[in-house]
Ligand binder design. Structure first.
Ligand code: MV4
Length: 441
């Protein structure tokens, strides 16, 4: 196992990764920008290196500065967390070439799944079910032509650029025109897909070692999103029978094996609510924000798995050993003001008290006195709860959120409490349009 690991990230995920390291006896190295000198991830690390000014491009995205810090600290390995450089194949390649272990899939896998065109082609070859899609769109006329071929509604998606940033749904030619006019086809490559309207976003956690063993750890229901940002996730999905879970799990394993996937990853699907059919969307080659709900129902520590696999250990869990117990929900606590269209709400946290209890887990990157900086993502903490049933998990989450006290900044806590009271949410009747249809006026 590694002696010392550098975490090329900040906030709650840096803290989460350090916890796994310390439990395994691995020393931790934090990197930080000038405004993060007093941040929690710096305080909790064994060593810390300044890598640049506040601007992310010059610090947490600064490949050379991070590799210099890894050399100076004599680290054995680098964990990228999520966001920042986590899906940057060039970073993975440079980390490896400099003689460090990259905690994640191989650089070739990252670039293959990062290009949706190439990924879709590989998945089609592997026999995965897919929404009808187009070639890359070069101009407006071609876009209209391809959309007619596919049939409306269509969704315009970028070929690369994870996180699913700019995507546009078009129900007719005029909506397609306005979508195409919002993007720059000369600088970003886009393609079209048949838009699946009544759908749930279901993603499957996979774990793969360096020796061809691949297992899945079940699904996460991630339909509750706003502008491509997930809000609340749960596991298992209330829409899947155990037969459907087996089916989508087998599809995810097939997808992973077809690209010789290693380390942990997520295979995203859309499930058509009307037919129950799954459609492959993409593979996310990183630990995800919502990984903890899978840990809650399987008892498997995913960051520990990442470290063991990266250090060359074979998987010691077989598919039949994986069991799912109870129901887990995660609420993302963002420093945002829901009353102002979720405008980021940076500032100093003047008071902070987080919930606890045997069924409650809080992964947080902040404490009382922390500065929430405007330069970075507004996720400051995650509340993850477990119940024997979905109903019990909802009740425990309501209690946990009501206990949470954060002063000095606006947060999404009260917005979550509204979601948790919604009768459609409580009955499990959710889809990708739920937040817009029921929560935002
Ligand atoms: C789609 C879709 C419907 N049809 N693709 C969003 C995240 C990205 N990884 C995939 N996403 C979607 N892709 C097709 N062909 C619906 C979503 C989607 C979504 C879309 C609009 C508003 C909320 C959404 C929540 C989850 C998924």
């Amino acid at each position: 196992m590694f002696k010392r690991l550098l975490i090329a990230n900040r906030g709650e995920i840096a803290v989460r990764i350090m916890r796994a390291c310390h439990e395994l006896g691995i020393e931790t190295v934090a990197v930080y920008s000038e405004v993060d000198a007093d941040a929690l991830h710096v305080q909790l690390a064994d060593y810390a290196y300044l890598i640049g000014p506040a601007d992310a491009t010059e610090s947490y995205l600064n490949i050379d500065a991070i590799i210099t810090a890894a050399k100076a600290s004599q680290s054995d390995a680098i964990h990228p967390g999520y966001g920042f450089l986590s899906e940057n194949a060039e970073f993975a390649e440079k980390v490896t070439s400099a003689g460090f272990v990259f905690v994640g899939p191989r650089a070739e896998t990252i670039s293959k799944v990062g290009n949706k065109d190439a990924a879709r082609e590989a998945m089609k070859q592997a026999g995965l079910p897919m929404a009808i899609g187009s070639e890359p769109v070069r101009d407006v006329t071609e876009a209209c032509h391809l959309a007619e071929e596919i049939g409306y509604p269509v969704i315009l998606k970028p070929v690369s650029g994870g996180g699913g940033k700019s995507m546009f749904v078009a129900n007719n030619p005029s909506e397609l025109l306005s979508a195409v006019n919002k993007v720059d086809l000369t600088t970003t490559v886009f393609y079209l897909e048949k838009y699946i309207a009544d759908a749930r976003h279901i993603e499957v956690q996979i774990v793969a070692d360096n020796y061809g063993h691949v297992i899945h750890l079940g699904e996460r229901e991630c339909s509750l999103q706003r502008r491509n940002q997930k809000i609340l996730e749960e596991a298992p999905s209330s829409a899947l029978s155990s037969e459907m879970r087996q089916k989508v799990g087998a599809l995810a394993i097939r997808a992973a094996k077809s690209v010789h996937y290693t380390n942990v990853g997520t295979v995203e699907f859309l499930m058509d609510k009307n037919t129950g059919e799954f459609y492959f969307m993409e593979i996310n080659p990183r630990i995800q924000v919502e990984h903890a709900i899978t840990e809650m129902i399987t008892g498997i520590d995913l960051v520990r798995k990442q470290l063991r696999i990266a250090s060359g250990e074979p998987l010691n869990v077989k598919q039949d050993d994986v069991t799912f117990t109870g129901h887990a929900i995660e609420c993302r606590i963002n420093a945002e003001d829901p009353a102002q269209n979720f405008l980021p709400s940076p500032g100093q946290i003047t008071f902070y008290y987080q919930p606890g209890g045997p069924k409650v887990r809080v992964d947080s990157g902040v404490c009382a006195g922390s500065m929430v900086e405007p330069y970075y993502d507004s996720l400051i903490a995650k509340v993850i709860v477990r119940g024997r049933t979905r109903g019990e998990a909802i009740k425990i989450m309501q209690c946990a959120l009501s206990e949470f006290r954060i002063s000095g900044i606006k947060t999404t806590i009260d917005f979550h409490l509204k979601v948790l009271k919604d009768p459609y949410f409580c009955s499990g009747d959710i889809d990708t349009q739920f937040i817009y249809k029921r929560m935002i006026s």
